[in-house]
Design a protein around this ligand. Structure first.
Ligand code: SAJ
Length: 407
């Protein structure tokens, strides 16, 4: 068993390390030299519970990292799949580029697994033609498989080991062969199905979550309009045996939930009323939060945005991932044509990525009168007395202090 994992990001790296730690010979490839250098120097590229330990195990087991592609039995492609801003359809550029590179080195009989999230039909439209163009016959010379990932940042290692998985293949025997690789570490059930079904299930799973978060965000707006307590209402509704409402928040971030459902809207514009409306609701949540900040400032006589501190720059709690974060979305909005000069702080973000960003929590606190809790990092929950003299707008419903403002 010899695998080349292409793309050493949030999904590719843990997958490569996991396989290497479970007896598979692995080489990890990334076109970013800095990433490869860092891994080769013995360091991981992002923080995630258990990742460093897994990394050490994989290194001991002989994993290698490189910028070039190698001749292996199987390729796992886990590169980004953004959406085209205009058409909302999947942008398969990175997947196609990776597949082209694979086809230049692979031998006949190799299996090319796409792990990146793709909309139904992407393999037919973009990947099969590449294989044929390179002079191979799909199903005879090269086998194509889609094996979407399901792991959640913050609990990746546990979920890699325990989540059920889906493998889509043109033919059962190839699907079962790929299953053996994943079964080297995955203790969950691994379902083998066809490629289009696998493509669709992944997008549907993330769409389900997006629609349900949008529902919670819409409830928050209705409740705000007439001064009802959305959290109490959700709590009581969720005591019904068949109701399970998610939590409203300051917006939806990450590289999955605000992205993947657009693939369906892009491909089926006439058939996606609920999904399209949900995506627009989630995308406009930061604007709703900005309005709420202004209301609270008015009530409390705060006139300067510079006296307001946004706590949290990541897209969710206890991760260092800032992709599409609600705070970044909020910071891109304007009031009367100008960008509000909020102060910002995040204990997980060392690099300077936002305006007026502090790296010392005490100094941040000293410079603001009002705090907006955008992200529920464990860090802020450790000691509430630190912010008890501030005006608090808690977008995550975690602060137990008196007089806190909510969404
Ligand atoms: N959020 C809310 N309210 C909630 C839950 C989440 O506002 O009740 C927000 C979060 O704060 C965050 C965003 O939604 O900004 C997305 O976070 P998430 O925890 O829902 O999901 P991700 O993006 O970290 O991971 C999702 C997962 N998909 C599902 O749960 C269906 C994960 O299993 C996938 O592997 C991942 O997308 C992916 O890579 O596709």
């Amino acid at each position: 068993m010899f695998v080349n994992v292409i793309g050493l990001g949030y999904i590719g790296l843990p997958t490569a390390l996991m396989m290497a730690s479970h007896g598979v010979e692995v080489v990890g490839t990334d076109y970013n030299e800095k990433v490869v250098e860092r891994l080769n120097s013995g360091h991981t590229t992002f923080s995630e519970e258990g990742l460093d330990e897994l990394f050490q195990n994989a290194v001991r087991a002989g994993i290698r990292f490189s910028t070039s592609y190698e001749k292996t039995d199987m390729y796992i492609v886990s590169v980004p799949t953004p959406y085209d801003e205009e058409t909302k359809q999947v942008d398969a550029t990175y997947v196609v580029a990776a597949v082209r590179n694979v086809l230049q080195v692979c031998h006949k009989g190799a299996v090319v697994v796409i792990e990146s999230t793709i909309s139904p039909g992407t393999i037919d439209r973009y990947v099969r033609p590449e294989v044929e163009k390179a002079g191979f016959k799909v199903g005879a010379d090269i086998h194509l498989v889609h094996a979407p990932e399901r792991i959640i940042p913050g609990n990746m290692i546990y979920e890699l080991l325990h989540n059920n998985r889906t493998i889509g293949a043109d033919n059962r025997e190839v699907g079962e062969r790929v299953k053996q690789y994943y079964a080297s570490f995955c203790q969950g059930e691994i379902v083998v199905t066809d490629i289009r079904t696998a493509e669709m299930t992944k997008v549907v799973e993330n769409t389900f979550r997006a629609v349900n978060i949008a529902f919670a965000n819409e409830l928050a707006r209705i409740c705000r309009h007439d001064n009802m307590d959305v959290y109490e209402i959700i709590r009581i509704c969720n005591m019904h045996p068949r109701v399970n409402i998610l939590q409203p928040g300051p917006g939806v971030g990450g590289h999955c939930i605000p992205v993947d459902p657009w693939f369906l809207v892009g491909d089926y514009p006439e058939l996606t009323n609920v999904i399209g409306a949900s995506m627009r609701t989630n995308a406009s949540q930061p604007a709703f939060i900005l309005e709420r900040i202004q209301d609270i400032m008015k009530q409390k006589g705060i006139t300067d945005f510079g006296q307001v501190g946004l706590y949290g720059l990541t897209y969710k709690e206890d991760v260092d991932d800032v992709r599409e974060s609600p705070t970044a979305q909020l910071l891109s909005l304007k009031v009367n044509g100008a960008t509000p000069q909020f102060k910002t702080f995040d204990p997980f973000v060392e690099r300077d990525i936002a305006q007026n960003q502090y790296h010392d929590f005490d100094r941040f606190l000293a410079d603001v009168k009002m705090i907006v809790i955008m992200v529920k990092h464990h860090h802020i929950r450790e000691d509430w007395s630190r912010i008890s003299d501030k005006v608090i707008f808690d977008c995550q419903n975690i602060c137990p202090l008196e007089g806190v403002f909510h969404i």
